[in-house]
Design a binder for this molecule. Sequence first.
Ligand code: NDP
Ligand code: GDR
Length: 361
Amino acid sequence: MAKKALITGITGQDGAYLAELLLNKGYEVHGIKRRTSLFNTDRIDHLYQDPHETGRRLILHYGDMTDSSSLVRVIQNVQPDEFYNLAAQSHVAVSFEEPEYTANSDALGALRVLEAIRILGLEKKTRFYQASTSELYGLVQETPQKETTPFYPRSPYAVAKLYAYWITVNYREAYGIYACNGILFNHESPVRGETFVTRKITRALARIKLGLQDCLYLGNLDALRDWGHARDYVEMQWLMLQQDVPEDYVIATGVQYSVRDFVNAAAREIGIQVSWKGRGVEETGSDASGKVIVRVDPRYFRPTEVETLLGDATKAKEKLGWTPKITFAELVAEMVREDLKSAERDELVKRHGFSAYDYHE
Ligand code: NDP
Ligand code: GDR
């Protein structure tokens, strides 16, 4: 019998990579998706199997992290061996605009799943993975950050994820559920959401290169992050659930770059040399002809910022034998390559008289 995995957030970046990984390992993969007015399955369409086919190994169910009854129903039907809780309102800046919803889906959502596992008597069957985050470290108390570094969350998102982190630990200790937190540092890919800074940069620079956009507007260029590749990181999510004893792990590359460094790396990849001038909100980046292609827009500043994050994944390396395989340069190159392809498609559409949508966020 194939093992059964149930993934919340299967339509997101990590959900798509994890579903593919588990299908390749022979799992029957179930995913919870939300009802939306437009299709939201772009990232997993290559894995999709027609519901009329027999022997399907990817099965989607409607549900929502804010709706206990849907979660209980799906978990009861699937009886999963492994549960990956990836669903979240995952945008830090948006969490300042929607703090209550973020708490509901990200904090109480995790509780709802753990309670469902308990109510259904699956404590000894279902292993639980919680998508915890380096945002928990917020105003950092120690560098680099590891499993024992104290938390100091700096956004409604991070505070909600703090609750989810501790409720996972509590249900492990109180009810003996095999439950783990993966404290993952930023990880990106060509299917990263377009409003996270890396994808915003690669997408905008590709469009600037092809004349579809004039300028890239960013917030804090000095923020420092430890950026890895999502494909590497989902392997860790799976590995954490294959151990004898459930534990929490930091997952990171141990290398740090600024947002400005990311712009430079992506621009180089595209064949643009950026020259920086000015400071603070006056800072601009120009191409070789002197045209300004990057500006600072304070609307992207956050009320409280996480200035610096750098992870120490020694525990994961020693106990799980995990090391990231994809380098920063390879990550940037892959993201740029894919965004250039989409920009080329948009440019073709535009050349033929159809308007390519131009949305900046
Ligand atoms: P994405 O934002 O790409 O995906 C989030 C997923 O959650 C989507 O499938 C989304 O559905 C779904 N979702 C959001 N709200 C709900 C809800 N109320 N009910 C059901 N589903 C919902 O995130 P990532 O893939 O990047 O991240 C996965 C998880 O890991 C998240 O929990 C994130 O907070 C966490 N994390 C991410 C890191 C990163 O760098 N990527 C680092 C550390 C932690 P829809 O497609 O319909 O919007
Ligand atoms: P983050 O990712 O907040 O770290 O959360 P994001 O890419 O949004 O920001 C990284 C840093 O870049 C700065 N920044 C900008 N950010 C965005 N989005 N847009 C901009 O224009 C911009 N300009 C500068 C930000 O201020 C920040 O310092 C991500 C999410 O995936 C979370 O779900 C996850 O938990 C953490 O990573 C680890």
